[in-house]
Design a protein around this ligand. Structure first.
Ligand SMILES: [Zn+2]
Length: 168
């Protein structure tokens, strides 16, 4: 994906189903972690654009890193956004952190593997590219944007319904 924020679309859709069992912040952090290597290659002009970070093995290692660092970053982010407060801080459970980070890194490589010819998911086992061209770039972008819109709609709809139920 040329533009990391597009990965947030599917994340919003997953959030709308999992609510408190999924951290959108940790997921978002995982997207940034995944694209540090391509960003570095773009800036320096050296190395493989997607390379090792965009393989299942790379996504596993970066998922672990995103989970370990993301829990504290996300809790701090919730404080900054005033969703959480110092007297009663929101703690993100470890399993929620890990789930969000790994959904983040694996969904990232799967989406990138559809679009980019240099993403070799199974490296170093083989260099197969089974997902390449599954969707056109335009359709892939539409998928990301529409899943984000649908996710936002469903999220607030479920929240509204839950509020109504708890008030009855
Ligand atoms: Zn990427």
């Amino acid at each position: 994906m040329p533009f990391t924020p597009l990965h947030m679309g599917p994340g919003l859709l997953i959030k709308s189903f999992l609510h408190g069992s999924f951290s959108l912040m940790v997921f978002g952090w995982a997207q940034i972690v995944m694209d540090i290597q391509p960003l570095f290659v773009m800036l320096s002009g050296e190395g493989h654009l997607h390379g090792f970070s965009h393989t299942f093995l790379g996504a596993t290692l970066l998922g672990l890193f995103a989970a370990l660092s993301g829990k504290y970053l996300a809790e701090f982010g919730l404080l900054l956004l005033e969703i959480s407060n110092k007297e009663n801080p929101v703690k993100i459970l470890w399993w929620v952190t890990c789930l969000s980070a790994f959904i983040g890194t694996y969904s990232h490589v799967l989406l990138d593997a559809i679009m980019h010819g240099d993403v070799e998911l199974f490296y170093p086992v083989n260099t197969a590219r089974p997902l390449l061209g599954l969707l056109s770039t335009g359709d892939l972008h539409k998928f990301c944007i529409y899943s984000g819109l649908a996710g936002t709609g469903i999220y607030y709809f479920v929240l509204y319904k839950l509020n109504n139920v708890s008030q009855q």
